[in-house]
Write a new protein. Structure first.
Length: 102
């Protein structure tokens, strides 16, 4: 049986980053865009933890906790804005929201 190495974690992180990027660039639903951003942040966290373990240093793990806190704040603010937009426009499609246009 082969051990799981840092390369395996990097491959998983690259896959999550790719899925998240494709989701942000191709989807119109704001909820799915927010979920894709969360996937990208989780890919970053996997990289931080993998390199932290490989280098035997806790700095990456501490930074990953800060990224998680930032992701929670982003989700809370993003969903609050999304609820307000849905109440005004009754849609969650990104290309149908034009509140900032003159």
């Amino acid at each position: 049986m082969h051990p799981i190495t840092t390369v395996h974690y990097l491959a998983l992180s690259a896959a999550l980053l790719l899925i998240g990027t494709v989701g942000v660039l191709t989807r119109r639903n704001i909820v799915i865009i927010l979920m894709s951003i969360e996937l990208i942040l989780n890919a970053v966290n996997i990289n931080l933890i993998a390199f932290s373990h490989a280098l035997q240093n806790v700095n990456g793990q501490v930074f990953a906790i800060f990224v998680i806190v930032d992701a929670v704040a982003e989700a809370a603010v993003g969903l609050g804005i999304l609820i307000a937009l849905f109440r005004n426009r009754e849609t969650v499609q990104a290309d149908e929201i034009d509140l900032l246009k003159w």
